[in-house]
Design a binder for this molecule. Structure first.
Ligand code: BGC
Ligand code: NOJ
Length: 817
């Protein structure tokens, strides 16, 4: 069953009933001001950092699940009935309802009692504010006398403190109200030079800024006293819970429409110009007033909205495809790319499953996010690489995360994840392959954010590799440390005390447990470093890293091969994990995908054999599970992985992040049919018809789909912020469609379903547009035999980066056996 449908032309998903199985959300903002918004207007906003600069309050894990947000109430002043045009929070039965989630905006509208109301929420480019453009139409035969109330709840900036430190917080809240604008200025008097504001384009009948006055004691969001009685209290918050509500009277003739604009914004003043008059405690509003005036003007709002749409058209036009498969087209052309932007911006910090408090930007996550984002705004990818690498430890290891506001690394969610540093090499490699910007390698970058510690970025990459070489275990495989990609395979943890974090507790020395996955990752990353070193004329270094990669490959064959698949790891006792000798967890997905992606086993049939094993033991109709058999009990020597019930998360869930590793591996052995089949199993658009089972949004990937050991097999969870976005985008665009960036140009090497007769990719690359038409007359899965560029045949399948030209470069590739 469906809850809406795609409109590919407008690049929207249109939800037609409000009671989706879970909140189906969207992101507002793509630069520094962000918001998350559900299909019933739930969610919150923040400036740069979801923890440290939270503008509005949100309570997670609530009942109902999604309550609190950007609410509007309409009240019929004659009947005294009131309702929410976005359904929540009053949940009045509406005559019709529609939510359109688009690229950077959301429009929610409905009709009730012949009053049609619609709000479009978006963040104008270059601004630190969001606009709510509200439109109301009277379809009655009689005039309508309405009241409109807005409602947001201000958060006291540090979202963690806001949710815990009540003995202080109940006494700090302060606001100002001037010319209909509500200014939230808690802590502005002391160490903050920023404030929030909430403005309305209409003359106000009243306002409220104290939450409990607006709601009334023992009332909730579904029946605020101010709305029920049809009149604000003009309350001024002084401590307790600062709130923003405008009351506007709207009288409409039959057929009349009215547009009202609200702005919620964030503003900073220079520290020495915080107050006006100086030495008073009144906010200096000189610089914010023009911004407010600008966006309370409908004409300017329309221009800003159009600019946002064009911005997204331009970003998405970097890579457009036309294949015989509607779901692949839709995901590549619209939603998957869009999700990649969200994961790039948010890492794993703020979604409906990430509280914005727990996690900053992850080192390994952000580097992988680059894979799906770098082609859209390479300059921001460059900046991110330099920020990330400046947090790298001198040892070559990494802080696992950093806060975007301070850009400083920290150990809050653990340290010593021994895979971390290699992702930097892959991130930098992806960036150079996209841009040809070799200069980035010479950028001086700090270690551990310490002034004076600067070394060229290239040196950072070398230290990443050396980090592993200095940490090899008894078999010569890399020591796993806290964990590798799989946060929950904690082989040195041995946690027996409730409440301990598996990511921060270490009870073993860590000199024995090894990771075959990191070994594969090492080979993959080292190969990129070899190519980079060669380009820099450092032949000896290139030879050295190549030799190390070859050595590691040998070790994988010797100690990482289990006969039909790759072993996953060795535990603290030197016993294999992910081997046929194990009682449970005999085969894992990660080492299969990573070793083959690194090229291990491609020449001698081991890769093919491995992929057969994956198909036999791990593949389900909803995707490929992480391991089998699932752990049925807690194994202290395995850690968090065995803490989940079978079928969930890392314990044999379908962890969508690493399905594309297998998809890529399948393309590497030339199996286009199977690669695309796996791709489709987890493609959210292809799962739209089973929305009742899938439950998460059908337009974005979720981190996990319940595996076959779970009673809810097929149910998705944790949508939006997951490495799944980047990796699936990478797998379909670069490996299945096979238009692959390389250091020297674009490789054309599609590995597709045999039944596809043709497809076309339009791709911008280093200043040119390539229109690449792939023809498959004989039903091949792979094998470009003829390649022509602007009609001229070229040898091989590499398109060099041509000098910039105005016309698109037309490429034809023919697959033949
Ligand atoms: C979760 C993992 C997650 C990790 C992040 C763990 O508790 O189970 O899925 O990747 O935290 O630190
Ligand atoms: C989510 C984390 O963000 C990611 O870094 C990790 O690799 C996966 N979970 C698997 O544990």
């Amino acid at each position: 069953m469906r809850y809406g449908h795609f409109d590919d032309r407008t690049r929207e998903y249109i939800i037609t009933r409000p009671d989706t199985p879970l909140p189906w959300i969207n992101y507002l903002g793509c630069e520094s001001y962000f918001g998350i918004i559900s299909n019933t207007a739930g969610g919150y906003s923040f400036y740069r950092d979801a923890r440290l600069r939270r503008l509005t309050r949100y309570r997670y894990n609530n009942a109902p699940f999604d309550i609190g947000g950007r609410y509007l109430y309409l009240r019929d002043n004659e009947t005294r009935k009131f309702w929410s045009p976005s359904w929540q929070p009053t949940r009045t039965k509406l005559d019709n309802y529609e939510c359109r989630h688009g690229m950077g905006y959301t429009t929610i509208g409905s009709t009730f009692g012949k009053i049609e109301a619609q709000t479009t929420y978006f963040v104008p480019l270059g601004e630190t504010l969001e606009i709510w453009k509200f439109k109301v139409t009277n379809h009655r035969k009689n005039p309508a006398k309405l009241s409109l109330f807005s409602s947001i709840e201000f958060c006291l900036w540090d979202a963690q403190d806001d949710a815990t430190n009540f003995q202080r917080n109940f006494s700090t809240g302060q606001v100002e109200i001037l010319d209909g604008v509500i200014y939230h200025k808690t802590e502005y008097r002391e160490r903050r030079n920023h404030f929030a504001y909430f403005a309305c384009s209409e003359k106000l009948a009243g306002f409220d800024t104290q939450r409990n006055t607006f709601l009334g004691a023992y009332h909730s969001w579904d029946n605020p006293v101010a709305v029920a009685r049809g009149k604000s209290f003009n309350s001024v918050a002084y401590g307790w819970a600062p709130h923003g509500s405008h009351h506007v009277k709207v009288n409409l003739k039959p057929g009349q429409t009215k547009e009202i604009i609200f702005i919620l914004g964030y503003h900073e003043n220079p520290v020495n110009k915080k107050f006006n008059p100086p030495n008073s405690q009144t906010i200096n509003k000189a610089t914010v007033k023009p911004v407010i005036a600008k966006y309370l003007d409908g004409g300017n709002v329309a221009v800003a909205f159009q600019a946002l749409r064009e911005h997204w058209d331009c970003l998405l036009n970097t890579y457009q495809v036309k294949t015989p498969d509607i779901h692949a087209n839709r995901m590549v052309n619209i939603w998957n790319a869009y999700q990649c932007m969200a994961t790039f911006n948010m890492s794993r910090s703020a979604s409906f499953y990430e509280s914005g408090i727990g996690r900053g930007l992850g080192f390994r996550d952000s580097n992988q996010d680059l894979l799906g984002f770098v082609h859209m705004v390479p300059s921001r990818a460059r900046e991110r690489i330099l920020d990330l690498s400046a947090t790298q430890l001198k040892t070559g290891g990494a802080f696992h995360q950093y806060q975007p506001l301070t850009k400083r690394g920290n150990d809050d969610i653990g340290s010593g994840f021994n895979d971390d540093p290699h992702w930097l090499i892959l991130g930098v490699g992806a960036y150079i392959k996209e841009t040809g910007d070799w200069g980035i390698l010479d950028e001086p970058v700090q270690f551990e954010n310490e002034a004076g510690s600067e070394k060229p970025l290239y040196e950072h990459l070398c230290r990443s590799v050396n980090y592993t070489l200095e940490r090899l275990g008894p078999h010569g495989l890399p020591l796993i440390g806290r964990a590798d990609w799989n946060d929950c395979l904690n082989l040195n943890c041995f946690s027996d005390t409730p409440g301990q974090s598996f990511q921060t507790i270490t009870n073993k020395e860590g000199k024995v447990a090894e990771s075959v996955f990191i070994a594969g990752l090492f080979v993959l990353a080292a190969k990129d470093l070899v190519a980079i070193a060669k380009k820099r004329g450092l032949d000896d270094e290139a030879k050295h890293y190549l030799a190390e990669a070859a050595k590691m490959e040998k070790v994988i064959y010797q100690h990482g091969w289990d006969g039909e698949w790759f072993v996953r790891a060795y535990d603290n006792f030197g016993k294999p994990v992910g081997s046929k000798v194990c009682e449970e967890g005999k085969i894992f997905i990660e080492s299969q995908g990573m070793c083959i992606m690194a090229g291990v086993g491609l020449d001698d049939g081991k890769a093919k054999l491995t992929l057969e094993s994956v198909n036999k033991h791990l593949a389900t109709k909803h995707g490929i599970v992480l391991q089998q058999p699932a752990y049925s009990k807690y194994y202290i020597e395995m850690g968090e992985i065995s803490s989940y019930p079978p079928g969930y998360k890392e314990n044999a869930g379908i962890f969508c992040h690493n399905n594309p590793w297998i998809i890529i591996a399948e393309t590497m052995v030339g199996n286009g049919n199977r690669a695309f089949d796996y791709y489709s199993r987890i493609n959210p658009s292809a799962r739209e018809n089973i929305s009742d089972l899938h439950r998460c949004e059908p337009y974005v990937y979720a981190q996990m789909i319940a595996g076959r050991d779970a009673p809810t097999h097929g149910e998705a969870k944790n949508s939006w912020l997951t490495g799944t976005a980047a990796w699936n985008y990478f797998a379909i665009t670069q490996w299945i469609l096979g238009i692959r960036t390389d250091f020297d140009g674009l490789v054309v090497d599609p590995v597709i379903p045999a039944k596809w007769k043709s497809f076309t990719v339009t791709r911008k690359f280093r200043g040119n547009t390539y229109i690449i038409e792939v023809k498959n007359p004989n039903g091949q899965q792979r094998g470009v035999k003829r390649l022509t560029v602007d009609g001229k045949q070229v040898v091989g399948n590499l398109l060099p980066a041509f000098p910039q030209q105005t016309n698109p470069i037309r490429v034809e590739a023919i697959l033949e056996s």
